[in-house]
Design a protein around this ligand. Sequence first.
Ligand code: IPD
Ligand code: CA
Ligand code: CA
Length: 256
Amino acid sequence: MLEKIVEIAKEAGRFLKENEGKISQIDEKGSFTNLVTDIDKGSEKMIKEFIEKNFPGHGILAEESGASSPLSDYRWIIDPLDGTTNFTHAFPVYCVSIALEHKGELVAGTVYDPNFDELFSAEKGGGSYMNGKRLSVTSADNLEKSMLATGFPYDVKHNPFNCVQHFEEFLTQTQAVRRLGSAALDACYVAAGRLDGFWEVNLHPWDTAAAVLITTEAGGKVTGFHGEKYSIYQRDIVLSNGLIHDQMLEIIKKNL
Ligand code: IPD
Ligand code: CA
Ligand code: CA
């Protein structure tokens, strides 16, 4: 199944890259900061058609078209374009994310970045890989040796729970904090040892499903803001190399 899904993730990723700068429609999803383009929809259509053809009867949860076939044991969770705001500005940080749940458990996931041609993937119990190379989180055991990433919710202006205070505090306690604009890539970069940790609020299952499996299979740790076991159906996430997790939680909890 992973082999198949890698095929469509790459195809959809190439479609995104080919269509950068060729968007013909941009709509707002409730606010001028939350966008969807015809290219998001085109990518989602390609992925869904592929799944329906190759895995008929499987359930699908896709960002732009919602959920279908809820009775299947299998459920594909799709973000056809993670990083839409970047994409609309031709800022080359975005990806495709596809994960598979079996009876509610994440069993496979892939994230494809067409700009760097980087394919992150994992199967439950099988480790995680980037373009065939095994991934492992960093060994930084202190915030002072760490570089983190975060993102801000689309309603950052009105949402008191918006990560801005956390951002301020982490800035003074780490080597650096980055804001890439793609939650799936942020998390994969923790898996790849390019970042030591990531936190964010207001995320959805399609943002995190594949990347969470990729990170845990690379030895990382994922929880909610209170340190509780993470579910992709919750909105807040803290993801790290494991060693700095408690230090991150301490700062996050102080600013809740
Ligand atoms: C968004 C990106 C962004 C994060 C937002 C997400 P989208 O996904 O992952 O980094 O800050 O919360 O919604 O809308 O580009 O698929
Ligand atoms: Ca997303
Ligand atoms: Ca998206």
